[in-house]
Ligand binder design. Structure first.
Ligand SMILES: Nc1ncnc2c1ncn2[C@@H]1O[C@H](COP(=O)(O)OP(=O)(O)O)[C@@H](O)[C@H]1O
Ligand SMILES: [Mg+2]
Length: 256
């Protein structure tokens, strides 16, 4: 089942995950733009008289097609970093580029458009709408995009099939196991054919067997070309990533 789902996911993505090319047309054999480039990124939160340096001088390049795990203690800046990558917020200083486009200077509307179109989000608590079926939840992921209703339905069904849940499309989240709910959330992220998948503790709520199942699914998507960045407390998950980063007191380092 897990094997089959992974293979289907791989097939579904094969034609969708194209490498980032931030080069001008006609530029011969130039290096493709990395998926992300952060340069001198600081994030300072100010609340009343208290100032928190959540990110400090972060320089980071993530090529297209990497599977990156981010580990670090609570309050270290993991979520803040994901917010910078996911166009949820802007740095206080420094630049963030996504596939060659600088996103750190964009206004709220442009950021929202990039989030809707290019970034797939997966969360620890799945964030499914309990009164909607799996199929409807996945369709919701396409709501902010200009996708005709008929195509929304077919893309959602294909995304559910790609995570091995074709036979659960009409179930409500409450009728699904935790692992199945996370698969629906992954399908919702995939339906928009994102440039990158960002996951904040995607296996934090799952038992070990289900965790391995979900990581296997993510690995299959990565092998098909998708760029995946995940935050995890779980060393067993991090070990399976291609690259490991640590973040402590707002500073990012490469881990062995
Ligand atoms: N919106 C905010 N306002 C003020 N401080 C914040 C805000 N978000 C995060 N912080 C602070 O920034 C630091 C990093 O937080 P966060 O990125 O959530 O860490 P992590 O996800 O690694 O636990 C913490 O000290 C946190 O309290
Ligand atoms: Mg966090």
């Amino acid at each position: 089942m897990a094997e089959q789902a992974t293979t289907e996911a791989t097939t579904a993505l094969a034609t969708e995950a194209t490498p980032a090319t931030g080069t001008a047309p006609g530029t011969p054999a130039a290096e493709p733009a990395p998926m992300f480039r952060l340069a001198g990124v600081d994030k300072v939160y100010t609340q009343k008289s208290r100032t928190v340096h959540a990110l400090q001088k972060v320089d980071l390049t993530i090529p297209a097609g990497q599977l990156v795990a981010i580990q670090g203690s609570t309050g270290g800046g993991k979520s803040t970093l994901l917010q910078m990558l996911g166009a949820l917020d802007r740095p206080t200083t420094g630049t963030v580029t996504l596939a060659g486009q600088e996103i750190s200077t964009l206004g709220d509307r442009d950021l929202a458009r990039i989030r809707a179109r290019d970034i797939g989000f997966v969360f620890q608590h799945y964030n499914l709408i309990p009164t909607l079926t799996a199929q409807e939840n996945v369709e919701m992921g396409l709501a902010p995009l200009d996708v005709p209703a008929e195509e929304r339905v077919s893309r959602a069904a294909a995304a559910l099939a790609s995570v091995g849940l074709a036979d659960r499309a009409s179930h409500l989240p409450g009728e699904l196991s935790g692992g199945q709910q996370q698969r629906v959330a992954i399908a919702r992220a995939l339906a928009k054919r994102p440039k990158v998948l960002l996951a904040d503790e995607p296996t934090g709520n799952l038992d070990e067997a289900t965790r391995d199942d979900i990581i296997g699914l993510l690995e299959g998507l990565w092998k098909a070309g998708l760029t995946i960045i995940l935050v995890t407390h779980d060393s067993a998950v991090a070990r399976r990533a291609e690259r490991r980063l640590r973040i402590h007191a707002g500073r990012v380092t490469e881990a062995a």
